[in-house]
Design a protein around this ligand. Structure first.
Ligand code: ASP
Length: 337
């Protein structure tokens, strides 16, 4: 039996054409079929869904919910999903979908391109092929297929503005490198029994609470920037610290501002500004002083995963201890515990 795949288009450069104001997404999912070799299209029974046509810089939490809902409502009908998406915020969408659709036992693959698919020399056709190749591998869950690699969605970050290898798998190797055929997938001895969307994801509307701030500290940062987070009504804050997890010790007003946020019930997540390797605020006095605000460490998570995970946890419950518990778990492979 042919595998049933749904292509969900959402816009991005891969779908762009030139306009007098610059590139805008115009192509629909149907256009992408032309880039797949007959051998591949013959192996799959492909359906199409045009969800929206956006430059991904405009994709917001409401769109993550729309994507998650589009997949949940068709999950039982298809064997795999390909979401075409702009690269700018693809790592955020892939991370958010990893939490909203945690436990998915089918592949949900995002791809896009650095150049419009119909431009000569574009990476779009190759990325579409890589995405379809991933449907043969047996990997499941939310992933990004890009530049010959398959990356766990909640471990992805866009690190390059225009090179074809825009994405990296952060702090873990990619699931698969198609150029070397190098991967750790062990096929199950027996095909697991199908589990329905209702059993996996429930039927409650998906919820995300986007009242989460993101702050990268910098030398000379005024304390008012921290306190403004409470004035904006945020319930959570991801704060990117220096190095392994340090915060200034010589400016008490900064630490006071953090205490004020914690006293107002703000959930504070700490992570390093460095892209690679885990944070640990226990090493230096400059980090340990933070223990009074009970920060939750994002350890080796990406910023995209930390932000979307906190929004997801806040959407699930208003109980601070439950939020802390949810955030500290490994939900979709986003953290090394
Ligand atoms: N601005 C585009 C987008 O994110 C960039 C891309 O797709 O590569 O939609």
């Amino acid at each position: 039996m042919k595998k049933k795949i749904l292509i969900v288009s959402t816009g991005g450069t891969i779908a762009c054409s030139e306009s007098e104001n610059g590139l805008v997404p115009t192509a629909t999912a149907e256009a992408f079929l032309a880039y797949l070799p007959d051998r591949m299209t013959g192996d799959f029974d492909i359906s199409l869904l045009d969800l929206f046509q956006l430059d991904s810089s405009s994709i917001r939490p409401v769109h993550w919910i729309q994507m998650a809902e589009a997949i949940r409502s068709r999950y039982d009908e298809f064997d795999g999903f390909l979401i075409t998406h702009g690269t700018d915020t693809m790592a955020y969408s892939a991370s958010a979908l990893s939490f909203l659709l945690a436990g998915a036992r089918k592949p949900i693959v995002l791809t896009g391109a650095q150049l419009p698919a119909d431009v000569p020399g574009s990476d779009g056709p190759a990325n579409l092929k890589t995405a379809f190749q991933s449907f043969y591998t047996g990997f499941t869950g939310v992933m990004i297929a890009f530049c010959g690699q398959l990356i766990r969605g909640c471990r992805s970050s866009k690190l390059r503005t225009h090179s074809f290898n825009a994405f990296e798998s952060i702090n873990v190797p990619p699931l698969m490198d198609f150029s070397s055929n190098d991967h750790g997938y062990q096929p199950p001895e027996q095909e697991p029994a199908p589990v329905s969307a209702e059993e996996l994801f429930g039927t409650e509307p998906f919820k995300i609470d986007s009242r989460v701030g993101l702050l990268k500290i910098y030398p000379g940062m005024p304390p008012a920037l921290l306190t403004s987070m409470a004035q904006l009504g945020y319930r959570g804050l991801v704060i990117e610290l220096f190095g392994i997890g340090n915060f200034p010790t010589e400016e008490p007003a900064l630490m006071d501002a953090l205490h004020t946020l914690a006293e107002r019930g703000m959930i504070i997540v700490t992570k390093s500004q460095c892209t690679y390797e885990p944070s640990d605020s226990d090493v230096y006095a400059a980090g340990r002083q933070l223990s009074g605000v009970r920060p939750i460490s994002a350890k080796d998570m990406t910023t995209e995963a930390a932000m979307t995970k906190l929004m997801w946890a806040l959407g699930k419950t208003s109980q601070p201890e439950q939020i802390r518990h949810l955030f500290s778990q490994n939900v979709a492979g986003e953290i090394s515990l």
